[in-house]
Design a binder for this molecule. Structure first.
Ligand SMILES: [Zn+2]
Length: 201
């Protein structure tokens, strides 16, 4: 069973995190796990054609290897967030190791935004990052584009329920590329047909 909507229990537990955008007539596109040389340029080109600004949660290691893509991303007016150094899972990491990973990634990007990989984070890690001034962003709708058992058509179908204020997650990773690139245009058109615009976080 896949939950395209973030579960209520998680939203209650981590209520100091951001689960929705401020503007109910806008939708917030986010892309996780880049920058990826084979994928992110495709996304940047798509967003430019569609005149959309989005938010990218970047893995520190990937920024270290592809700094020029991040330069382009910022030049295009998109926003970036920290997504740890090596995509660590919070619930499988010690507090110190996790915070170290976020700090390491911060050396390769300047941002107050942070999104925990897999949406998994312990209460201790969460509170520590908040106290360091991080704004912790989750999502309200996830595409599961990375999942090989799901088709672009299924994602497009589920996306019909997207509403104003939703924070959407796609992936500019190799795993997510096929589903993301084959569903994004239709989903964007559908959202626009409902008179909603796109904003960054
Ligand atoms: Zn991720």
């Amino acid at each position: 069973m896949r939950f395209f909507r973030s579960p209520l229990i998680a939203r209650l537990l981590f209520s100091a995190g951001q689960w929705k955008g401020d503007d109910n007539s806008a939708v917030y596109l986010t892309f996780d796990d880049g920058p990826t040389p084979e994928v992110t340029p495709w996304v940047l080109n798509f967003l430019k054609e569609e005149k959309i600004k989005a938010t990218f949660f970047l893995i520190g290691k990937n920024v270290q290897q592809n700094p020029e893509i991040v330069t382009q991303l910022l030049a295009d007016g998109h926003r970036i967030g920290n997504h740890t150094m090596n995509h660590e899972c919070g619930t499988k990491s010690s507090l110190n190791a996790y915070i170290d990973s976020v700090n390491q990634a911060d050396q390769f990007m300047e941002t107050e935004l942070f999104r925990p990989p897999y949406g998994k984070i312990t209460m201790n890690q969460f509170r520590t990052l908040l106290s360091k001034g991080k704004k912790i962003v989750f999502w309200s709708w996830i595409s599961y584009d990375f999942d090989k058992n799901i088709s672009p058509q299924e994602i497009i179908q589920k996306a019909k329920k997207i509403r104003g204020g939703d924070i959407l997650v796609f992936h500019d990773s190799l795993k997510g590329f096929t589903n993301m690139s084959k569903s994004l245009k239709t989903i964007v058109d559908e959202i626009r047909s409902k008179n909603m615009e796109f904003k960054t976080l």
